[in-house]
Every structure is written in structure tokens, then in C-alpha cells.
Design a protein around this ligand. Sequence first.
Ligand SMILES: [Ca+2]
Ligand SMILES: [Ca+2]
Length: 358
Amino acid sequence: MFPAGPPSHSLLRLPLLQLLLLVVQAVGRGLGRASPAGGPLEDVVIERYHIPRACPREVQMGDFVRYHYNGTFEDGKKFDSSYDRNTLVAIVVGVGRLITGMDRGLMGMCVNERRRLIVPPHLGYGSIGLAGLIPPDATLYFDVVLLDVWNKEDTVQVSTLLRPPHCPRMVQDGDFVRYHYNGTLLDGTSFDTSYSKGGTYDTYVGSGWLIKGMDQGLLGMCPGERRKIIIPPFLAYGEKGYARGVPGSAVLLFEVELVSREDGLPTGYLFVWHKDPPANLFEDMDLNKDGEVPPEEFSTFIKAQVSEGKGRLMPGQDPEKTIGDMFQNQDRNQDGKITVDELKLKSDEDEERVHEEL
Ligand SMILES: [Ca+2]
Ligand SMILES: [Ca+2]
């Protein structure tokens, strides 16, 4: 037989138990567990006091995270803060690099989420503490905000925001592209934008001018398309980060609007013929037939080839400059005119290199 307690006893117990459950749910959302006797906590208590509306990703074991925190004791006295050091914590989580309480307390966290963690001593610094900083058997309170999360298995994530109905040709490696972009960190901090620079960002895709993740993220894009491109740090600026605004080991989020694309030229080429060059190239260039081609004749000739659709200049550079560079390349002795021998010499070299350049 169970001993019969006084009726008032069970009446009192029920509200207390409910109250305790409510406290645990409110504080821990079921993740933390207070000990039934009200003694030391068995596990970390997690209070998710700010959860962002959008949470595309939650921290998992083995993820790399960046976060800020304030650490206090039960009496509110601060013992440590990443804000004071002006340095984010950047570390792999869930693998024992942190105190167990922090490893557990960060699991499932979203970027921009804010949590309060209550870490019992056995999941913190135990009965020994940390010399000069944490006394023995201290319960630790952390306020944490998560700013970044990625994993070494990550790839570039592309999502299309707007796709034009007609797309005759998509971006391929080697293309010359003009695009606008907004670059932010995962927590929304802006680090760069083309919109404030008075023009598009113009570059070649797949030629090493861009971070690897952007080279990948632009592929297959149509003019007029808008994309969101998320790039892990090892395909962006790595552990060092970049100048102002991109900290080390940061995931980058770009919103990109492709304005135009053109076929690029092979690396190092300034001009290519669409078909074979004219059989009598020098004679065609030497418009007044005096045996010399000065810059004016050369420029007139090249522009005629372009306008007649016989050849194509390197995109993305002032044509006058490109033609000037081409002239310099051909004028081997730099006397301001191209001779038949200079053109032949260059053509022979080019043929050896299976070059199509003039
Ligand atoms: Ca001439
Ligand atoms: Ca010359």
C-alpha cells in the first residue's frame, strides 16, 4: 500500500510540477533539463530569446561557426567577452574544441539567433576551474549571437530569383560579363556593392579574375537573370579574409544581376579572326601602298574588319587601346610603322603557337 498523504499535498505538488515544466520549456525549449531536486543542472539550459524568421540552416556537429558572446557568472559579473577583445570566435563546433556546454549549446542555432546558455560546472570548467578566471564549480552564463556557419563539405549554392523567359546563350567559362552585385556576410552585414560605384562590374568568367565561388556561381546565367550565390570561405577569401569588410573564414552571400555577356577571347588574345585572315594581309592594311603601315592605317583596317564582322576585338576594353596594343605588338622595332617583314615575323611566330591573333 502507498502511504496516503494529506489531500493538500497532492494539490500543492501538481502546480509546482507544472511550473517547473513551464520554466524548463521556456528556458530550454526542451533542450535543457534542470535536475528534479533543484540542484546543479544536468545539462545546458538553452534559452532561444531571438530566433530569426528565416533559418535556412542550423548548426550541426562539425560545422565551422563564428559568433560573439558575453560570459557571466550567476551574479552577473562578467568573466569573458569576445566583444571586449573585438574578435569573433571562429571555430569548429561539436568536436571538443570548446567546453562541452558550449559545444552542446550552439547545436541547432541559426545565423543571427541569440541564445542564453546556462552551463553547469561539469560541462564547463569543472571542479578545478580556470586559473585566475573561473573559480571551481562555477555555473557559467553565456549570451551568444551566431554570425556565420559553414562546413568543409559545402559547395556554392545558387538560387535563381528571376529568370528571363528568353535566354539564347548562357554564361560559359571565358565569357566577358557585366553584372551588378550586392555582397553581404551571412548575418546581413554589407561588405561591397557595385550599385554605389556608378557602373557594372566587368570581368571574364573562369579566368582567375574572380574568387572561385563566383566563377562557379555565374555559370549558366542569362542576361537579365538575378541570382543569389552563397560561397563558402574556401571558395572565397579563405582564412585571411579580404581588406575591409570580409573577416577571415567568412561565408559570402551575393545577389547578382547579370546585365550582359559576350564571348570572350582566349587568354592573351586581343583580336581574333572569325575565319581565315585575308591572304594578302599586309597589302590590305597598307591603304596608300607606300610599303609601311602607320597607326592610322592599322586602326582603320582593324575597325573595318570588326564592322564587317570578319574579326572581333577583346571585349571589356576601349577598342582604341586594344588596337594601340596590337600595333605595339606588331611594330617590332618600335619605329611607329609596321613593315611587311615585321608582320610576317609575327605571323610566323603566331603560327608556331597556333595563334589566331594578328
Ligand atoms: Ca601605308
Ligand atoms: Ca616598325
